[in-house]
Design a protein around this ligand. Structure first.
Ligand code: BGP
Length: 484
């Protein structure tokens, strides 16, 4: 590829360190398809979208998706074309353990991931394996899913199987992708299992997901760490939030606790447990609304110790930045409950100076990523940060994706500046390798470096301009390569 992008940069200043890992990410339900191949069990996404196709923008589902279950060799080839050092993918729990329990392991499921891992390693590409990316076995959902405290043990058992099969080759792990999507989304009618239970289910899930992560971490630590020296974390969806005026700093800090702290404080902070100010705010609110139980279920001292410190790196899924301000007297707070605007009493919005994208929640503010990396670095004791997702949506299926190319250029620049500031960011994964089933966005929302022809049986993949750019970056290790 030959790419020339103008700019007054000194090449040496803009080089990523030789050890820096460039990657791209995907997730089982979004790419694999083969929803009922062999003995695979049914997942909560299979069930939800077979029963309720109307929930998805185009009425579709992930039954076939990118057919990566059969096209995995092409996926590896694309990683190679892009010059990636790392490929992030997830294991489907019901593909490996059809019922969810480890009494029966699917031979075909096991082999599929063996082939993918071996194929990547043959090309010198590190697999970054997510053990859970939203696709719970339906059978476990019928037993209460993420709201049942037993799920932490079920997940530990599943993770133990995964480690026993693949820990000899996989060095980077994520236990769980975006607990916020699982809990706030799953119990707030945004994603499977699509319950309308944001006051109770969401918070039960919140605690259980942390315990599940911790139990899986501890099992690896006990059985495999000394032998294989792998690194484990969980990936956190973390929009960056900035106060509109200096007076809005306090509500912005609370917003960060609500968004990130509920899933991170217990793991990364020195004291562990829930973020204290937020815990008080949410529990006071529950009392005021007449609930018998606190919103955030308390941790026992043993649970605090179990969860605290269960990380080897921070895994950041960053997409965008929002401004936060306190509501004015008489004004109603925002409606998007993910961000705590109702609980805290805030409005979130986009700075009019920031560029927009096709999604109203998504503004372009690359500097936010560097600011956030500084915040993470100074808030927690982190050995390493890996960006496990970063990317931009579009509705254009075409190959000329200038906004995406520029997004990668500008966000990567902020990563590089953060590294130059002394922050140990060791990897960056683009979301996503190829267009896929984008949850409620179906096949209409595009995030891919590669376009996928979903009308074609083998789901032909074609590189976009952004893929050519990304490949030039990985080859030159520079953001504004003159030669790809
Ligand atoms: C992350 C998820 C991914 C992916 C991405 C884009 O939150 O981990 O699975 O889907 O977001 O999401 P969306 O299509 O909802 O914009």
């Amino acid at each position: 590829f030959s790419i020339v992008i103008c700019g007054s940069w000194s090449a040496e200043e803009l080089k990523f360190p030789p050890s820096f890992m460039f990657g791209a990410a995907s997730a089982a339900y979004q790419v694999e398809g083969a929803w009922n191949a062999s003995d695979k069990g049914v997942s909560i996404w299979d069930k939800l979208l077979h029963d309720h196709p109307e929930l998805v923008l185009d009425g579709t589902n992930g039954d076939v998706a990118c057919d990566s279950y059969h096209q995995w060799r092409r996926d590896i080839e694309m990683c190679e074309e892009l010059g990636l050092n790392m490929y992030r993918f997830s294991i489907s729990w019901p593909r490996l353990l059809p019922s969810g329990f480890p009494n029966y392991i699917s031979e075909d499921g096991k082999n599929y991931y063996n082939n993918l891992i071996d194929g990547l390693l043959e090309k010198g590409i590190q697999p970054l394996v997510t053990i859970y990316h939203f696709d719970l076995p339906q059978y476990l959902q019928d037993l209460g899913g993420w709201a049942n405290p037993l799920v932490a043990d079920w997940f530990q058992d599943y993770a133990e199987v995964v480690f026993s099969l693949y820990a000899d080759r996989v060095k980077y792990w994520l236990t769980i992708n975006e607990p916020m999507g699982i809990c706030d989304g799953g119990y707030g009618k945004y994603s499977a299992p699509y319950f309308d239970d944001p006051e109770v289910g969401r918070y039960l899930c919140n605690k259980n997901v942390l315990l599940a992560h911790a139990k899986a971490y501890r099992i690896y630590e006990k059985l495999y760490k000394d032998q294989y020296h792998g690194k484990i974390s969980l990936s956190t969806l973390f929009f960056w939030f900035k106060p509109f005026t200096p007076e809005d700093q306090e509500v912005t800090d609370l917003t960060i606790e609500h968004w990130e702290g509920r899933y991170a404080h217990a793991i990364y902070s020195k004291e562990g447990g829930w973020p204290p100010k937020l815990e008080k705010l949410l529990n006071d609110l529950a009392k005021k609304e007449g609930y018998k139980y606190p919103r955030l279920p308390p941790f026992t001292p043993e649970e605090v110790e179990l969860v605290k410190g269960t990380y080897d790196y921070y895994a950041l899924n960053h997409y965008t930045t929002r401004l936060v301000r306190r509501v004015k007297p008489g004004e109603l707070p925002g409606k998007w409950f993910f961000d705590g605007s109702y609980e805290i009493g805030t409005i979130m919005f986009k700075d009019p100076l920031w560029d927009t994208t096709v999604a109203d929640w998504f503004a372009l503010y690359p500097e936010g990523l560097r600011e956030q990396l500084h915040w993470l670095n100074s808030t927690y004791d982190l050995k390493e940060i890996v960006i496990t997702e970063n990317g931009v949506p579009s509705l254009d299926p075409g190959l000329v994706d200038t906004q995406r190319l520029e997004y990668y250029r500008d966000y990567l620049e902020q990563v590089l500046l953060a590294i130059q500031d002394g922050i140990n960011v060791t990897g960056y994964n683009a979301w996503t390798l190829m267009d896929n089933f984008e949850w409620m966005g179906g096949y209409i929302t595009k995030y891919g470096l590669y376009a996928v022809d979903f009308t074609c049986p083998n789901r032909t993949r074609t590189p976009r301009e952004s893929a050519r750019y990304f490949s030039a970056v990985t080859q030159s290790r520079m953001i504004r390569p003159t030669q790809g």
